[in-house]
Write a protein that binds this ligand. Structure first.
Ligand SMILES: [Zn+2]
Ligand SMILES: [Zn+2]
Length: 246
């Protein structure tokens, strides 16, 4: 378990991340990793000096196997309420099969997508207590905003934890060998639109379903990659650095 920013902890669950948010009202888990990884979540909860029944919410960024894999086991031991976008609920509640993906552009992602994503996989189904709606503000941990961001997956959402200005991007993008595309898309066109949408949001930190979180100045990197450079703010400090280096 690693602390990303104050109040947010990264829980590695195979080649996928989950995140624990500490609130006055209990713990919130974002995503549930690959199957048989629940011990990582319980270890992280203990590491915070908390007990399993203090995990109150489990919010899924989307319904893929590497994000719901350990969910059933976690819910059994914690009783956490589960949240997911309606377009992915059928996959989670049936435990597969999963809608197919087309690999993202580039050889590396094509290889990894075929290696890691198996639409016919079957796993422990998890019941969803509450569907998520685009634009809603979940009243946990001081406020978590839901941003529907389809493309990689029709029910993909990003989650913005307002008190810490941290974005949970799920698989809208990843940070494996640099900030870039996820392994695959259901719709590349929708996926690009969602990446641009995230690049317009106000945040400092970002956590990904795959790869290293970014703790500071993350929205600048998103704008460089996917945003409109004309609306880019910050740069006073960059300019100072350049002057100092020169
Ligand atoms: Zn995914
Ligand atoms: Zn994933």
């Amino acid at each position: 378990m690693k602390c990303v920013i104050k109040g947010v902890h990264q829980v590695p669950m195979g080649f996928a991340n989950a995140f624990l948010i500490e609130g006055d009202d209990g713990l919130t888990l974002i995503d549930a990793g690959y199957p048989d990884r629940e011990a990582a979540v319980f270890g992280a909860i203990r590491g915070l000096g908390r007990s399993a029944n203090q995990l109150k919410q489990l919010i899924f960024t989307h319904g893929h196997p590497d994000h719901i894999g350990s969910a059933a086991a976690i819910v059994r031991q914690t009783g956490a309420r589960t949240y997911m976008h309606p377009l992915d609920i059928t996959m989670a509640e049936s435990g597969g099969p999963f809608r197919p993906l087309t690999p993202a552009p580039g050889l590396l992602r094509q290889i990894l997508c075929n290696l890691f994503f198996h639409p016919n996989e079957r796993l422990d189904p998890v019941a969803i207590d509450q569907p998520l709606t685009d634009g809603e503000l979940l009243p946990f941990a001081g406020g978590i905003e839901v941003i529907h961001s389809p493309g990689h997956c029709a029910g993909q959402v990003a989650l913005l934890w307002r008190p810490g200005r941290m974005l949970f991007a799920g698989d809208v993008c990843m940070n494996v060998m640099g900030l870039g595309d996820p392994l695959g898309f259901e719709s590349l066109k929708d996926g690009r639109a969602s990446q641009r949408k995230l690049a317009s949001l106000p945040f400092d930190a970002v956590g990904f379903g795959h790869g290293k979180p970014i703790a500071r100045d993350a929205s600048t990197r998103f704008r460089h990659k996917w945003g409109n450079p004309d609306i880019q703010i910050s740069s006073a400090s960059d300019a100072t650095h350049r002057t100092a280096a020169a």
